[in-house]
Design a protein around this ligand. Structure first.
Ligand SMILES: *Cc1c(COP(=O)(O)O)cnc(C)c1O
Length: 327
């Protein structure tokens, strides 16, 4: 049985570090979207709550409903208004044209486009928008923005300045609004403004800052073992050929579990340095025999580099059906 182990103490440690940097748990919005970045939202939610997290963000209502029992506030990031909004949740307003489609009294956090140009209302339209907002029976509770490249000085400072202008404007309109802009990269480089919450995803799981601890490790278990003679091939398309007699094992994790399909081009290594041999199958891979249990990775960056992507993508694709346990 393939298995994901989640390190409870590492997760708690990371949360405490984030709370310190954000100025307390009350200033944290933990982003739990997409099964908590593939980690397992249901398992991590009670730990976050026990530690003191009261506010999370999810992708959609389905995720919010599944976590609702644990948290006081849940912001839904990617909702398309349909008139059926749930009064227990807060909804991101990504498109001002859709304001009319929300159910009355829906709690809203307005996204400001400060330069990413993906979602939200343009800063130049904000005043007009706020002036006319009272026409809709909606509750505006917060204002936020998202950085396109918090690790690039020019882009980051440009967006921060724009968000400051948005805050100044919005405060005139309603002094009880809450603000948030800091994502993981911003929080790892900078101290957040005192009047903001931090909306943090990846840092929770130990990536993006060397002072934090990795939470997730992925394991596979042996399905079978055999001896290959020199010259014998193994797996699809006979892509691996033994150069000498060797003992190999086949393990129960494949690309159906959300891993990229390794095509035997060479160089993809497990946590202990062992190389995957031949092409990855849908439900299994093979390598030099490593016993009953092998750690596939405890640091997704190795797989991210190999497949020319980011750790987010390696983690989030881990299939929800892989069993997850706390260690
Ligand atoms: C995913 C997401 C975050 C969290 O980003 P990290 O880089 O993981 O911290 C914050 N805000 C929004 C709008 C997001 O979509």
């Amino acid at each position: 049985m393939a298995l994901i182990k989640l390190d409870k103490e590492a997760y708690k440690f990371n949360l405490r570090q984030l709370a310190l940097r954000a100025g307390g748990y009350e200033n944290l919005i933990c982003v739990f979207k997409d099964n908590a970045y593939g980690h397992g939202a249901q398992i991590l939610a009670p730990i976050a709550r026990e530690e003191g997290v009261g506010f999370i963000a999810t992708r959609n209502e389905q995720e919010a409903l599944a976590l609702e029992a644990h948290f006081k506030d849940i912001l839904i990031l990617s909702h398309r208004p349909n008139g059926k909004e749930d009064p227990r949740f807060i909804y991101a307003l990504n498109e001002p044209l859709n304001l009319k489609d929300f159910k009355k009294n829906t709690r809203i956090h307005l996204k400001i486009d400060t330069g990413m140009r993906r979602n939200g209302i343009c800063l130049s339209n904000l005043k007009e928008f706020l002036d006319s907002f009272h026409r809709y029976d909606l509750k505006l509770e917060g204002i936020f923005t998202h950085f396109a490249a918090a690790d690039e000085d020019e882009s980051y400072h440009f967006q921060r300045q724009n968000f400051q202008k948005a805050k100044d404007l919005a405060r005139n309109f309603n002094e009880n609004l809450i603000f948030h802009s800091f994502n993981s990269v911003a929080l790892s480089r900078d101290t957040p403004p005192k009047d903001e919450l931090c909306r943090v995803g990846l840092l929770q799981f130990g990536y993006g800052d060397d002072g934090l601890k990795k939470v997730l490790s992925l394991y596979a278990h042996r399905l079978s073992q055999r001896t290959l003679q020199k010259g014998q091939s193994m797996g699809y398309d006979n892509a691996f050929v033994a150069q000498e007699k060797m003992r190999v094992g086949t393990y129960d994790l494949g690309y159906a579990d959300g891993l990229f399909r390794y095509d035997a081009r060479g160089g993809l290594r497990l946590a202990d340095g062992r190389e995957i041999l031949g092409k990855m199958s849908m439900d299994s891979f093979s390598c030099e025999d490593g016993g009953e249990e092998l750690c596939v990775f405890d640091d997704a960056r190795i797989w991210a580099e190999f497949f020319h992507t980011i750790s987010y993508e390696i983690l989030v694709k881990l299939h929800p059906s892989i069993p997850r346990i706390l260690i």
